[in-house]
Write a protein that binds this ligand. Structure first.
Ligand code: DON
Length: 583
């Protein structure tokens, strides 16, 4: 039977038209055809289960989460344990020295979202990040000055205090084990560290910790992190205080003094994770729950999907020029508002209700021509003066039906590049997500307004979009999220559309090629071999411009729940170490 199934899969792949009726398909299907040379054709494993499901960017972290669920832990317990485990096995993005966001839905329908985003240190005034002429420098990208006050440990502790059921130490223990006893180095860990060696080895503690013997750890060797194990043991014993006021706080402040970093004891003591009201909106009778500011994810997703709701994408067909055109025009308009209005809600007034309203979406929809590309100049309100990333997302559902979508990050791969000496973990470079000066692009090419201006105690605007979808019948339907900077928002939107509009199964919805548009630059970004020439030329005829860096976008972790309770999980094949496992 298995042989027959794989034969069938190969035959379908060869026909380059994977079915949309596999596990997790919505029942209503639309013809799905991928471009001829598209790499991902539904052959990677999926997770199946009836009790619980964990999908993360690293198979060992997925296993940690599944063990916690099987030991009787709930989805939040598993999320805490996975958060710590990824900090060990995925040092480019999993972290103690970064921050993130979690969206939760309890089995009883209660929803919540936690903001554990980094904060700018009290001394982080804009002038520190500009040169004598007032032009932004690269100080927000590499080194000590780029580091925001980390939120991850406070976030995981807050999740546990509010919703956890197992003892805290039991949730940190698997990470301590991985750090102390080591784990096998994968291709991608080796490749990632080797590629960034020239930047990372300039920092002593980074070189000593991650380049033993002067080189990136070899594929297949065992990699131990004793200093990190010690840090985790203190966090297990003393909770978040170990990090924000104990020995680890001392080590962070000492590390700051080694460079020109700004974080003080006071900054660390003041840090809080904040519960915020999630962004909740309807899309084709489904309820979508996503992250509010200081992430732009939920508002931008809502604005784009609200515009798209007025078009019959299913009838237009997946990846047809007409459908792609409408996606692009919706993303363009949503990003214009994102870049202009959004910032830290504790410091700026944001018209969230208006931006996410159906009436506003209708006004924007009326400005879209069906056959002519708009120009971003018509929508952009931030004057433009000038023109290797990593984050990680995981999705978890437990046997009660509680769900957690959590995305956290160091911003760039390995963040600022700075490891805290004797504490063994990387610090973020999240200050680059701020506007250093309005009109100047950050590393993602985002041109943002003063609403997101760097300033003491502020949280930088994010694109992270952990998202949960509830079916028209009020049942959990899907849990998803991704890394990718601004491409997170468009990847999450397209994954939701793939399931709801096109009826794709869990694997096809994740494998399908993605496009991206973020207002500026005014061009459609396409993935490697992600669009047929015929589609491209129709879109060019509409007036669209294109760019491709030859890369793939995002690393979606998707869980779909069927009405009968069956769970399907798929980890994005675009990055190799991920895995979804259920039971
Ligand atoms: O919060 C944000 O939007 C960025 N710091 C996320 C960076 C990211 O996703 C890089 N990943 N590939």
């Amino acid at each position: 039977m298995r042989f027959l199934t794989s034969l069938l899969a190969i035959a379908l792949a060869a026909a380059c038209a994977p079915p949309a009726v596999g596990p997790g398909a919505a029942g209503r299907t639309s013809r799905i055809a991928f471009p001829f040379d598209w790499e991902f054709r539904g052959l990677d494993p999926i997770g199946t289960g009836s009790q619980g499901m964990v999908a993360t960017a690293d198979a060992r972290a997925t296993r940690v989460g599944l063990d916690i669920l099987q030991a009787g832990g709930n989805a939040v317990d598993a999320a805490v344990a996975v958060g710590f485990a990824l900090a060990v096995v995925l040092p480019s993005a999993g972290n103690l020295g970064g921050g993130g966001f979690a969206v939760l839905r309890q089995a009883n329908g209660e929803v919540a979202s936690l903001d554990f985003r980094e904060m700018a240190p009290l001394q982080a005034v804009p002038e520190r990040f500009r040169d004598a002429e007032g032009i932004p420098t690269d100080a927000t990208r590499v080194g000590h000055l780029a580091v925001g006050v980390p939120g991850t440990v406070a976030g995981l502790a807050e999740l546990h205090a509010s919703y956890g059921s197992l003892p805290w130490e039991d949730l940190v223990a698997p990470a301590i084990d991985l750090a102390e006893n080591g784990f096998t180095v994968t291709e991608s860990l080796h490749r990632g560290l080797a590629a960034k060696a020239s930047i990372l080895t300039q920092f002593d503690a980074t070189r000593q910790t991650f380049y033993p013997g002067g080189e990136a750890p070899r594929v297949g060797s065992s990699f131990r992190q004793p200093a990190l194990a010690g840090t985790l043991r203190e966090i297990a014993a003393q909770g978040k205080d170990a990090f924000y006021s104990g020995r680890i706080a001392d080590l962070i402040v000492q590390e700051m003094r080694r460079g020109d970093g700004l974080i003080t004891h006071e900054d660390l003591r003041r840090y809080r994770a904040n519960w915020r009201d999630p962004i909740v909106f309807d899309y084709r009778s489904h309820t979508i729950i996503s992250m509010p500011p200081p992430s732009s994810g939920g508002v931008t997703l809502a604005e784009a999907l609200n515009i798209l709701e007025g078009f019959n994408l299913r009838e237009l067909g997946f990846n047809t020029p007409d459908a792609i055109h409408l996606l692009v025009e919706s993303f363009r308009r949503a990003f214009a508002d994102r870049n202009y209005y959004l910032g830290d809600p504790d410091y700026v007034e944001i018209p969230i209700d208006r931006l996410t309203s159906d009436q506003y979406a209708a006004e924007l929809r009326a400005t879209i021509s069906r056959s002519r590309a708009s120009s971003s100049d018509e929508f952009n309100r931030v004057p433009v003066l000038s023109e290797g990333f990593n984050t990680t997302h995981y999705s978890i559902v437990d046997s009660q039906g509680n769900a957690v979508a959590l995305t956290y990050t160091l911003n760039s791969s390995y963040g600022s590049g700075v490891v805290v000496d004797r504490a063994g973990f990387f610090l973020n470079n999240e200050l680059d997500d701020f506007t250093v000066r309005a009109g100047y692009a950050n590393q993602f090419g985002l041109v943002q307004s003063d609403a997101n201006l760097i300033g003491p105690g502020r949280r930088p605007l994010s694109a992270m979009t952990p998202t949960i979808v509830v079916s028209p019948e009020g049942q959990l339907r899907l849990v998803t999220g991704s890394p990718g900077g601004p491409r997170i928002i468009t990847a999450v939107a397209q994954t939701i559309i793939n399931v709801i509009d096109y009826g794709m199964d869990v694997r096809t919805a994740v494998d399908a090629p993605r496009i991206h548009h973020q207002l500026l630059p005014d061009e459609i970004e396409i993935e490697r071999n992600g669009m047929d020439n015929s589609t491209l030329s129709v879109l060019a005829g509409f007036g669209h411009r294109f760019t491709s860096t030859g890369e793939y976008f995002g690393n979606i972790q998707l869980i779909i729940r069927e009405p009968n309770g069956t769970l399907y999980g798929a980890s994005d094949p675009r990055r190799e170490d991920g895995r979804a496992l259920g039971y």
